[in-house]
Design a binder for this molecule. Structure first.
Ligand code: GLU
Ligand code: ZN
Length: 512
């Protein structure tokens, strides 16, 4: 018999922006599918009609288009299990709830919302006091004894009702059995049935399924072989296992992924920093960096190797590479990855990626104005000056502003090399003026050799010779490489800036 095809899914509820945790789940499912030559499916779990929103669906599509990995089957792709949106599958779930009723595994509940609320409160109070059947919270199984036929009649007569799952109980109707299953990462799990949500609702009074029913029915119908999901879903799994058994279906392999924590050991949340992919994107992260970093949250591939492209991860991934221990999200490490991926970009690519930031920062005139052909060429040519200095894409424009507009002339002291004064700065700047025209014309190595020679001749330190020039040309003591800047600005503009600076330092601009 041919080996069963691996089918995995990412099943988000569109009730919020895509965040790191979701992307990690999606990515691991994707990588697992690729590594097994299987299929990766996207399914929208929008059964919570009040909280689901179309804008979050759009955000999901935008996020994954940006990240650059895709599902093989999904709402926008189609496939053998279509539709892939739960709200478009509603009719189906009622049928399966019916089947459980027929099998004696479910029952009608006619309790009013008010009664349920009172029961919940009473049981909570009893639990707080530690008395009697106190370990159980939630529903009291009031309607469990109503025969299905009677329930069906009352429902048909229009009485409002839900359908609940019978969680198996002990002989005397009390607690007893436990639900046992294996998690491929965590090993054997044994969950006392009394600790499972007592007889959870499967079908709501409006006919919509709850998460549990829709999730299990769809995983079964879509032929899902492995469920890789965040560890916070582990408490739902015993209930799902009971559901599978109630249907007489085999359940998929479960693998609950390690939690993602902030550095304080608490679950990663907004308190720790950006968590939505949108935010990372706006902050100038590259998708490759985010993918590479997220792929390491709870998995290890090879000792001493950090950089992995998506394609390589797809080959290396396996469930054995997952860690049990929680993963710690380290923003600094992600920043490092970003710098690494920025360094791998060509001039053209990096210019293209940073250009939107430059346009909105007003690098080429008023904010929003795009570059003309000359500015675009200069911008691309300037990429080698900043590539090594960027941790984020949005940092490029500020670092290059001096190439596109005349920098303000800083205060005189800014021009002074260490321990030098105004006289020395002026002298040095004059010296530099002579050779600047030649510097701007040659290549960067020749320029450096020339300056070194000049410094030797004049018996001044190289750094001292460079500082006033750097300030005059770039407007700051710290800047991208000076020779490259001179070359890009050209002799004429460079000299004009030196003259402007000299004029100010020598007081000829009337400022002092
Ligand atoms: N809809 C659930 C979620 O929002 C899916 C959980 C699961 O993967 O079973 O994460
Ligand atoms: Zn009831």
């Amino acid at each position: 018999m041919a080996a069963m095809e691996v089918r995995v899914r990412y099943a988000p509820s569109p009730t919020g922006l895509q965040h790191i945790g979701g992307v990690r789940t999606a990515l691991f499912n994707y990588l697992f599918a690729r590594s097994m030559n299987g299929k990766f499916i996207l399914r929208l779990e929008d059964t919570d009609r009040a909280r689901s929103d179309e804008s979050f669906v759009q955000n999901l599509y935008d996020t994954f288009a940006w990240l650059g990995f895709r599902w093989d089957e999904g709402p926008d792709t189609g496939g053998p299990s279509a539709p892939y949106v739960q709200s478009e599958r509603s009719a189906l779930y009622g049928k399966y709830a019916e089947e459980l009723l027929a099998r004696g595994e479910a029952y009608y509940c006619f309790c009013s919302a008010e009664r349920l609320e009172n029961v919940r409160k009473e049981r909570e109070e009893a639990r707080a006091k530690g008395g009697g059947a106190s370990r159980e919270s939630g529903y009291d199984r009031h309607c469990r004894g109503i025969p299905v036929e009677e329930g069906r009649r009352r429902a048909a007569a229009g009485e409002s009702c839900t359908i609940r799952l019978k969680i198996p109980l002990g002989e005397d109707g009390g607690p007893g059995p436990a639900t046992v299953f294996t998690d491929s990462l965590l090993g054997g799990i044994e969950w006392k049935n009394e600790d499972i949500n007592p007889d959870p609702v499967l079908l709501k009074s409006d006919g919509f399924p709850t998460y549990h029913l829709a999730n299990v029915v769809d995983d079964h119908l879509m032929g899902i072989t492995h469920v890789l999901r965040a560890q916070e879903w582990l408490p739902s799994t015993p209930l799902h296992v009971i559901l599978y058994r109630a249907f007489g279906w085999e359940h998929p392999v479960f693998c609950h992924l390690p939690m993602v924590m902030g550095q304080d050991g608490k679950k990663l949340s907004k308190r720790h920093g950006a968590t939505s992919v949108d935010e990372f994107r706006r902050q100038g992260y590259l998708p490759e960096a985010l993918i590479n970093y997220v792929a390491l949250l709870g998995a290890s591939y090879e000792e001493g190797k950090d950089l992995y492209a998506l394609e390589e991860l797809s080959r290396r991934f396996s469930l054995e590479k997952l860690n049990k221990a929680p993963a710690v999200f380290d923003y600094k490490k992600l920043e490092w990855y970003n710098g690494q991926y920025i360094r791998m970009k060509s001039d053209e690519e990096l210019a293209g990626l940073t250009l939107p930031h430059a346009v909105s920062a007003g690098l080429f005139g008023t904010p929003g104005a795009g570059p003309d052909a000359c500015q675009r060429a200069l911008y691309t040519a300037a990429m080698p000056l900043v590539r090594e200095r960027l941790a984020f894409l949005h940092e490029a424009p500020e670092k290059l502003r001096y190439l596109f507009s005349e920098p303000e002339i800083p205060a005189a002291e800014e021009f002074f090399p260490k321990k030098a004064d105004l006289g020395a700065a002026v002298k040095l700047l004059r010296l530099r003026r002579e050779i600047t025209a030649r510097l701007a014309a040659g290549n960067d190595e020749e320029a450096e050799a020339l300056v070194k020679a000049k410094a030797g001749q004049e018996a001044v330190k190289l750094g001292d010779l460079m500082m006033p020039l750097r300030v005059a040309v770039t407007g700051a003591r710290v800047s991208p490489p000076l020779f490259g800047s001179l070359r890009l600005l050209g002799a004429e503009r460079s000299l004009a800036r030196i003259d402007r600076a000299l004029a100010k330092l020598e007081g000829r601009d009337g400022a002092c």
